[in-house]
Design a protein around this ligand. Sequence first.
Ligand code: MG
Length: 286
Amino acid sequence: MDKWPIGVFTSVDAGLGVKLEVAHELGVPTIQLHAPAQQTRTPAHAERFLKRLNELGIALTVVFGGFEGESYADIPTVSRTVGLVPPETRAARTREMKEIADFAKLLGCNAVALHIGFVPHDTQDPLYLQVRDVTREVCDHCGQNGQNLHLETGQEKAGALLQFIGDVNRDNLFINFDPANLILYGTDEPIAALKQVGRYVRSVHCKDGKWSARPGQDWGQEVPLGQGDVGIENYLRTLDSFGYTGPLTIEREIAQEPERQKAEIGHAVRLLTELREKICGKTGAV
Ligand code: MG
């Protein structure tokens, strides 16, 4: 694969990313996929989806897990509902995450990812230890499938994320770096954070955002790529500085406005293509 192929975040039924057809229309050669709902995670569906990918010449690079009952309505709600942190849903979601990894394997995909949730910062907190243990369990399951697990950034500062990855202590645990999330959650300055965690970054989101007036209390605002506070050229140069060559996967979370979403992703494709050429010289496909 060429360095920095453009990608886009897609979904088949969850309504979060764009449809596969949109990726194709935009001429994007790679996708990440939000895992489809349970009834769709069958070998027959996997086979059909793979056939479609092959027809379109699109490579699937990461499958993202997500769970029923998760809400990103506001930051306290994220804390209460997202990922493997909430105790009441943890066992069922852990089981489901393993099923998602198995489905990803059927799709020939060697990376699965998720928002694990707000991990407590006190490393002696029983909740921290429980989340560490359950992450080990998911890593080990992925390992049996020959897969890596990528943690989506956003809810932790770089230092806390490094601490957590070290404590989980599994060699297939990595990071899907999303610079905008650090701004939207008000967690950390994205470029400085990226420099700290760079050695674990195996996939990325290209997404932009503006800081809220009260970082960490209210959401920042997600905006089209290049119009926010990330500094996209600096972001790409920082990825380059530690040798990241994987896909640049565009994420634009306005699925309720599909036409605008498609147009803004199209713009992001052009921006990333220009910046890639500026930084790396001319490369192959989109
Ligand atoms: Mg993201």
